[in-house]
Design a protein around this ligand. Structure first.
Ligand code: NI
Length: 394
């Protein structure tokens, strides 16, 4: 374990980090439109002397910091995109773009990874191995990691370990979510089409009503989590969209339902999909309708590797006492960082960053979301310390 005090180094960057974060916050860009952000990232990485690739997965940027000696390759991942939300914060650095907002903290993540790059660029002589900084677009539509992988981000050089973090305003500053195993859910979206036979609303006996069939289907789908899955497993099945009909006096021909399934284990995903097909087709048959179920997988669960966790947590203890570690911080929210950790061991951790003295809690994706900027230098220190444990072994 290196004896470098990364908190001291990160604190020296404090003003720079806050300035950068506020600039990014003021100029949010949506998924695959991160042109300004990617430009800033590429310019800074170039200035620091990294080998820079742009346009990786459309708007992604990769910077490789080659150490003085050979050793492992560590992937550091940050996401860059904002959300289609009209910001309601009134501080001076609030979004300057109506309808777009950094409401999840990705402005902070980009800032933090640039801070880590700056610290290591200044001590390249001590690095054994290399650090691959991955600035990913389009996390919010879970498309960016896939696009970067398609463009080869996991090759030449292939990472030995993936590290990343999420600022987490549901936990106070000083708390760290460092659980092993699945911490964020895998996600799929489904589309169900139920077809009956249209007709006059006053003559239902001459029609086959897909609306009634859809209503029973929605209700029955709720029994998958409550009646079919092992109660010790976790899954969410949410029908979030339904479309049917054109007028009050017409029984429509068909109904479309859409929604999402969240899961921590692939076995659970498969069980849910199988039951979903059984329920949809069974109810449709009973009601004289026909039905189709289309499933599109979005992301895999984010699964922290236990060995990486066991290696990294003692490093974190130099900066945060172990009694502040939260070992059960998990969310059914999805994150495509899991794709960068599927066959590469990795650790994705949550840095507590709730805003003190707010009038109420405004969570991630809320128009008044914010995070404590004191989490910026702390996150730079923690991520740097974890990276150093791999590339600065002494
Ligand atoms: Ni996020």
């Amino acid at each position: 374990m290196t004896t470098i005090d990364f908190m001291q180094q990160a604190n020296a960057l404090r003003e720079e980090l806050i300035t950068r974060r506020r600039d990014l916050h003021r100029h949010p860009e949506l998924a695959f439109e991160e042109f300004r952000t990617a430009g800033i990232v590429a310019e800074e990485l170039n200035r620091l002397g990294l080998e820079v690739q742009t346009g990786v997965g459309k708007t992604g940027v990769v910077g490789i910091l080659e150490g003085a000696q050979d050793g492992p390759t560590v992937l550091v991942r940050a996401d860059m995109d904002a959300l289609p939300i009209l910001e309601e914060n009134t501080f001076e650095h609030a979004s300057s773009v109506p309808g777009k907002m950094h409401a999840c903290g990705h402005d902070g993540h980009t800032t933090i990874a640039l801070g880590v790059a700056k610290l290591f660029a200044a001590q390249r002589e001590q690095i054994k191995g290399r650090i691959k900084f991955v600035f990913q677009p389009a996390e919010e539509i879970v498309g960016g990691a896939k696009a970067m992988i398609a463009d080869g981000v996991l090759n030449d050089p292939r990472p030995d370990v993936t590290l990343g973090l999420h600022l987490w305003n549901g936990m106070p500053l000083g708390k760290l979510g460092v659980a092993d195993g699945p911490i964020m859910a895998g996600s799929l979206v489904f589309t169900i089409k139920i077809t009956g036979k249209g007709g006059h609303a006053a003559s239902p006996h001459l029609a086959v009503d897909p609306v009634v069939c859809a209503a029973q289907t929605i209700t029955a789908l709720q029994t998958i989590a409550s009646r079919n899955l092992n109660p010790l497993d976790s899954a969410v099945i949410s029908v979030t969209y339904m479309s049917a009909g054109t007028a009050f006096n017409i029984i429509p021909q068909d109904v479309e339902l859409r929604g999402t399934v969240r899961f921590f284990r692939l076995e659970v995903r498969n069980q849910v999909v199988e039951r979903m097909r059984g329920i949809v087709n069974g109810i449709a048959a009973a009601m004289g309708c026909t039905a189709t179920v289309d499933v599109v997988d979005h992301v895999l669960p984010v699964v922290n590797n236990a060995e990486v966790g066991a290696k990294v947590r003692p490093v974190f203890e130099r900066y945060i006492s172990a009694d502040q570690f939260v070992m059960d911080e998990r969310t059914m929210g999805a994150e495509d960082v899991g794709l960068l950790m599927t066959d590469i061991p990795g650790m994705y951790f949550f840095v507590g960053a709730s805003v003190p003295n707010q009038d109420a809690y405004y969570g991630h994706h809320h128009p008044r979301f914010d995070f404590d900027e004191n989490a910026l230098p702390l996150s730079v220190a923690l991520l740097s310390a974890a990276v150093a444990d791999y590339v600065m072994p002494e």
